[in-house]
Design a protein around this ligand. Structure first.
Ligand SMILES: [Zn+2]
Length: 362
């Protein structure tokens, strides 16, 4: 499919027919105007309705009349580097028995912001790679709105079972979780806490490389990656050199030792133990005179209410990632899902049980 490179409306009969075919649009809907925004790299497809359509209530299929209209927009599969969007004014019909109902459109399910074809494609991409890579490839982000959409997709009943949510410290995630689960405990994922500490160690190293003594500068040459390894997974060929480095008086070494101390927090057996450990680590960081480390410690303290529940609920994103790989296996077993309602049912069936569940924490 080739487009002329210009912005604006393409009242091209063939183009409309093309989209009519690939979208599988049926009566009473048809493809109307197709417009191309070359600078924004997007194609907008306007869906139109035959004006003489007789409507039925989506629930009882009895005769119903249009009460109002709702403007909606859906993301569709891309075409080359162009993102494709569908938009339409969708009627809301009034049934005496069932009240006001939004009419179902043939290209999308429920209140989804994606077309069914896009969703099926997204599931295929998720089968082939990680959720992070999939979100990059599909150019969809897990922002607050997406997360809200996910909770709504999951449904009120499933959400009511959620007792704890493991998230990172990003404000949008916290907002979303607070809004949908005021009853649930927010748990900050230890993986993200470690990522912050690793960031602090690296910042200390970068400063010391510039501002440290001549001997510190030469000791730190080509050590960036070394400091990011945990003590137990450092490759053997580096161990002799790293032993000397970590035992040294380098500022970077002191920051690294503090980081390693935090790492042992996960060995705490309960909340009391964890709180005592936290106080000790916090005090040591604050007296360290290492600003990046102090900054992280202060941040941890501000989010303490989300760190301690980890020791109550005993689960974290590592478990969720395990679930993710099991989920991919489930999708592969079923040879791909074409229908997200079925996928949802199967997820709840396989993961809603007592063994390992992100939906109902122990
Ligand atoms: Zn009805």
């Amino acid at each position: 499919m080739a487009f002329d490179a210009y912005d604006g409306v393409m009242n091209n009969q063939t183009l409309s027919q093309h989209y009519q075919q690939i979208l599988g649009v049926t009566e009473p809907w048809r493809v109307g105007e197709v417009s191309l925004d070359a600078s924004g790299l997007s194609i907008e497809i306007r869906m139109e309705l035959n004006s003489d359509t007789i409507w039925a209530c989506p629930t009882c299929h009895g005769r119903a009349h249009i009460k109002e209209w709702e403007e909606r927009r859906w993301r569709h599969m891309g075409n080359c580097q162009f993102k494709i969007f569908l938009s339409a004014r969708v009627p809301k019909v009034r049934c005496d028995e069932h009240g006001t109902r939004t009419v179902q459109v043939p290209w999308a399910e429920g209140s989804s912001r994606f077309t069914m074809l896009f969703e099926a494609f997204a599931i295929e991409v998720l089968r082939a790679c990680t959720a992070k890579r999939a979100s990059e490839l599909l150019e969809i982000s897990w922002d607050e709105a997406a997360l809200n959409g996910f909770w709504e997709w999951l449904g009120v009943e499933a959400c009511a079972h959620i007792k704890a949510i493991s998230i990172d410290m990003g404000k949008p995630y916290q907002n979303s979780a607070r809004r949908y689960f005021p009853q649930a405990a927010l748990i900050f994922d230890p993986f993200h806490l470690m990522k912050m500490l690793n960031g602090a160690v690296d910042q200390v190293r970068r400063e010391e490389v510039v501002l440290g003594t001549k001997s510190a500068q030469s000791s730190l040459k080509k050590t960036r990656q070394l400091w990011l390894w945990g003590e137990e997974n450092l490759p053997a060929r580096h161990s002799a050199r790293f032993d000397v480095l970590t035992a040294s008086t380098l500022k970077t070494a002191r920051a690294w030792r503090l980081k390693e101390m935090w790492r042992t927090m996960k060995q705490c057996v309960d909340v009391h133990d964890a709180l005592a450990f936290f106080k000790k680590c916090y005090a040591l960081c604050m007296s360290s005179k290492i600003n990046p480390v102090k900054k992280v410690a202060r941040c941890f303290k501000a989010h303490l209410a989300g760190i301690v529940p980890f020791f109550m609920h005993g689960f974290c994103n590592a478990v969720a990632e395990g679930v993710n790989s099991r989920l991919q296996l489930l999708i592969q077993k079923a040879c791909g899902y074409r229908n997200r309602e079925r996928l949802k049912t199967d997820i709840l069936f396989h993961f809603g049980g007592r063994d390992l569940s992100p939906l109902s924490a122990q």
